[in-house]
Ligand binder design. Structure first.
Ligand code: SF4
Length: 363
């Protein structure tokens, strides 16, 4: 399976925690110019059109583009016929017309940036939508037949209580969607929160409460019928994200757009993050990944899946015995962080909380 990631680096406002490649556009012309360059870059990959099985349009905020701009973007991708076609949507910029346009181009999965249903916390994160709008968007998407809806949630937001998170999970149940991505708030450099932190005005949640919240998310979503298939991702009725599975299984994907990265034919690609440079020529770097690096990546990404990694597959693919090559794994097994079950190396329930300690073994 091969994927195509398309980056739209524009947002109407900047969230206080965000370190993605994004900016508030100066004007509509800036977006139009970008979309024209993006179309050219997409065309340069037309030779791969028949092999692309997933498309993921992310950002930024793709849904903030006007109807005409979205139409232009989706036309640029019409050579591709993926089985899974996702676009990221922020509730405040969704309109029924945009939903119908997505549907007409074959988009069959929506990733909705909600983060929390607590409007006080939303305001703290500098998010601009309301709960009413989230409910309206989900209702409309279902009405037009886009049933695969994923919601992004953030937990461990300073000031968030256990009850707040419980309420968020209750909303997930009521909305009856198929997928949830739930990450803890990470303090990233070059964000508003980081500046606040340097001034002593941002206090991170303590680790114990964060772990308690993570456990609550896992337990509650499981009760709701979700399968916890990756450290931070949950799916109902096997509606896993095929696109993200490509990343976690070290599959090939092409990345187009500002700052996008890709991995195919054993090369990692990285596009320019500076808009003027991107407009001149998108690609900044292309680096060959030798077997050693690929093995390392495949183990680290693969262990993020709760099903783990088939040791047999790894041994056939790389001609190594993982336990011999990485003897420190035994230590992590003794600590009950990682285990082998039915020939699969996987994180234990304890290891899911401490994944980084296991990943270090491979670096
Ligand atoms: S979190 Fe999403 S909407 Fe907010 S600034 Fe970042 S990319 Fe834009």
């Amino acid at each position: 399976m091969k994927g195509l990631y398309v980056h739209i680096p524009f947002c109407e406002h900047i969230c206080h925690y965000c370190d993605f490649v994004k900016r508030v556009p100066k004007d509509q012309q800036m977006i139009d110019t970008y979309l024209a360059a993006l179309r050219k870059e997409i065309e340069s990959y037309h030779a791969h059109a028949t092999t692309i099985e997933t498309i993921y349009i992310g950002g930024g905020t793709p849904s903030m583009l006007s109807l005409n701009q979205l139409d232009y973007l989706l036309k640029s991708l019409k050579e591709f016929h993926p089985i899974e076609y996702t676009i990221e949507v922020n509730p405040e910029s969704y309109t029924e017309d945009k939903g119908l346009l997505f549907k007409s181009y074959g988009i069959n999965r929506i990733s909705l940036g909600v983060q929390t249903f607590n409007e006080k916390l939303l305001n703290y994160l500098n998010r601009k939508h309301t709960n009413r709008k989230v409910y309206d968007v989900v209702k409309h998407l279902k009405r037009i037949g886009i049933e695969r809806i994923s919601i992004d949630l953030i937990y461990a937001i300073p000031g968030q209580t256990i009850q707040d998170l419980k309420d968020d999970l209750k909303h997930i149940e009521i909305l009856d969607i198929t997928h949830v991505s739930c990450y803890s708030l990470i303090l990233e450099e070059k964000t508003y929160f980081y500046h606040q932190y340097l001034r002593g005005k941002f206090e991170q949640m303590d680790e114990d409460t964060e772990a308690l919240m993570y456990k609550m998310v896992m337990d509650e979503l499981k009760k709701q019928g979700f399968d916890h298939y990756e450290i931070s991702n949950y799916a109902k009725q096997n509606h896993v994200s095929l696109h993200n599975l490509i990343y976690w299984t070290l599959g090939d994907y092409i990345g187009v757009g500002l700052g996008a990265h890709g991995f195919f034919d054993s090369y990692r690609t990285l596009n320019h993050k500076s808009l003027p440079k991107y407009l001149e020529s998108p690609l900044e770097k292309k680096e060959y990944q030798n077997e050693e690096i690929k093995l390392q990546d495949e183990l680290i990404f693969g262990l993020r899946k709760t099903s783990g990694i088939s040791l047999d597959d790894i041994s056939k693919k790389y001609d190594v015995d993982v336990l011999i090559k990485f003897p420190k794994l035994q230590e992590k097994m003794d600590l009950n962080l990682v285990t082998i079950e039915n020939g699969h190396l996987k994180l234990t329930e304890k290891g899911i909380f401490l994944g980084n300690q296991v990943f270090m073994v491979f670096i």
